[in-house]
Design a protein around this ligand. Structure first.
Ligand SMILES: Cc1ncc(COP(=O)(O)O)c(C=O)c1O
Length: 368
C-alpha cells in the first residue's frame, strides 16, 4: 500500500543460503550449532559483551533478565514513561511494580537521571533505561545512582544496536542488556531477541530459565520453574548471516539520517542532537514538529503521498492498559515528544533521491 514503507528488512541471497543449510541439516529446533554461532557472533560484533543468549523476542529477553535478577512481587523497577509498551509489560509480568520517570528535557527524550534519584525507594531493585530510537541514555549518571543505592541496571537496547556511548557500545554498559531482533531492526531474525551480559552467572541463569531449566544430563528433572522462550535454529541461521552485514547496515542508517538532516533545514522542525560523547545508530530518523497540529499535517501529507510514518510511542502513563495506575502523575516532557515526534522511513535499500522526495513533501506541508 505504501510506495515507501517506514521499514523493510535487508534480506539477501547469503541469508537464504544460511537458512537453507540449516533447513537441509534438519536441525531446526533451538538445539543446533547455528544458535550458538549466532549468539557468539552477536556478542562479538554487535553488543561487544562476553556472553549473549538468544530468545524468542526482545520482550522475553527483558522479562528473563528481570527474573534472573530475582525481581518479583514487592520489588520496584524504574523505567521511562516514554517507551514501547514491551518495557513496562516485562516488568508487570514479574509481579514487580513499574515506577515511571519523565524524559530528560526537550532536547533529550531519554530517561531523566535526576528524576530517577527522586523515585528510588527501599523497594527499588532495578533501573531499566531505554536507549530510545537508538540514542544512548546518560549511562554514567544512571550507573552512578545504581552503585550508590546498590541497584541493578538492565539496558533496554531493543532499538539501539550499534549505538556508542563514550567509546563503548550500547548493551555493554550495564549488568545485562536486551536487544530486539524484530524485522524492523537493523539486523533481524524475523521475531526474536538477545540478552547480553559480561556476567557469567546472569548468563547461566537466563540460559536455564529460557528453556525449562533443561539440561542434557538430568533431562526431564527440573530444579527451577523455567519457560520456553528460545529462538529456533532457522531464525538463528538468519541472524548469523545478518550479523555479517551488520556494520554495512549500521553505516547506511547513519548515512540516511545525514541525508534527512541536510535536506530538512527548517525553523519549524527540530532534530535531537545527541550528547557530544554519543553516537546514535539512527535506527529511525526522527523529527520534532513545532506543535501537534504541524506534526499531524506533515504526517497526513506523507500518507497522501504513500509514504509511511510513525508517531512517537504513547507514554506508558497514558496507555489504556496502565493509565489508571498513574492517573495522578504528570510527565510533561514525554508528552511534549509524543505530541510532536515523527519517525521517517529508513532501511538499507532506501535511496538518496527517495529521501530528497520525502523531505520535499515535508517542507511543503509546513507552508500550507
Ligand atoms: C524500546 C523497546 N523495548 C522492547 C521492545 C520489545 O522487543 P520485541 O518486539 O522484540 O519483543 C521493543 C520493540 O521493538 C522496543 O522498541
Amino acid at each position: 500500500m505504501f510506495k515507501i514503507p517506514i521499514s523493510k528488512p535487508n534480506l539477501t541471497q547469503q541469508d537464504f543460503l544460511e537458512i537453507k543449510k540449516c533447513f537441509d541439516s534438519s536441525w531446526i529446533s533451538s538445539k543446533s550449532p547455528w544458535v550458538e554461532k549466532f549468539e557468539n557472533s552477536f556478542a562479538k560484533h554487535v553488543a561487544k559483551t562476553k556472553y549473549a543468549t538468544s530468545v524468542n523476542s526482545g520482550t522475553s529477553g527483558l522479562f528473563l533478565a528481570l527474573k534472573a535478577l530475582r525481581v518479583g512481587p514487592g520489588d520496584e523497577v524504574i523505567l521511562p514513561t516514554l517507551t514501547m509498551i514491551a518495557t513496562v509489560n516485562a516488568i508487570t509480568l514479574t509481579g514487580a511494580k513499574p515506577v515511571l520517570v519523565d524524559s530528560a528535557s526537550k532536547d533529550d527524550w531519554n530517561i531523566n537521571p535526576d528524576k530517577i534519584a527522586e523515585k528510588i525507594s527501599k523497594k527499588t531493585k532495578v533501573i531499566m533505561p531505554v536507549h530510545l530510537y537508538g540514542y544512548p541514555c546518560d549511562m554514567e549518571a544512571i550507573n552512578s545512582l545504581a552503585r550508590k543505592y546498590k541497584l541493578f541496571v538492565i539496558e533496554d537496547a531493543a532499538e539501539a544496536m550499534g549505538a556508542v556511548y563514550k567509546g563503548r557500545f550500547v548493551g555493554s554498559l550495564s549488568d545485562v542488556s536486551c536487544f530486539s531482533l524484530y524485522s524492523n531492526k537493523i539486523i533481524t531474525t524475523g521475531n526474536g531477541g538477545i540478552v547480553c551480559t559480561n556476567n557469567k552467572k546472569i548468563y547461566g541463569l537466563i540460559n536455564k530459565l529460557k528453556f525449562f531449566d533443561y539440561n542434557s544430563e538430568t533431562h526431564f528433572r527440573h530444579k527451577i520453574i523455567g519457560y520456553n522462550m528460545v529462538l529456533s535454529s532457522l531464525q538463528a541461521a538468519l541472524g548469523l548471516s545478518q550479523t555479517k552485514s551488520f556494520v554495512k547496515c549500521l553505516k547506511k542508517r547513519r548515512q540516511i539520517f545525514s541525508w534527512y538532516k541536510k535536506a530538512l533545514n527548517h525553523t519549524d522542525l527540530k532534530f535531537i542532537n545527541p550528547d557530544k560523547d554519543s553516537l546514535p545508530n539512527y535506527w529511525f530518523p526522527t523529527i520534532v514538529a513545532k506543535n501537534k497540529l504541524s506534526k499531524t499535517k506533515t504526517a497526513r501529507a506523507l500518507t497522501e503521498n504513500f509514504i509511511e510514518t510513525r508517531g512517537f510511542f504513547l507514554p506508558i502513563h497514558l496507555q489504556p492498559a496502565y493509565k489508571n495506575d498513574y492517573s495522578k502523575e504528570h510527565y510533561p516532557v514525554a508528552e511534549y515528544f509524543f505530541e510532536r515526534g515523527l519517525l521517517l522511513p529508513s532501511y538499507y535499500n532506501l535511496m538518496n533521491y527517495q529521501v530528497v522526495n520525502i523531505c520535499r513533501i515535508i517542507l511543503r506541508s509546513l507552508v500550507n
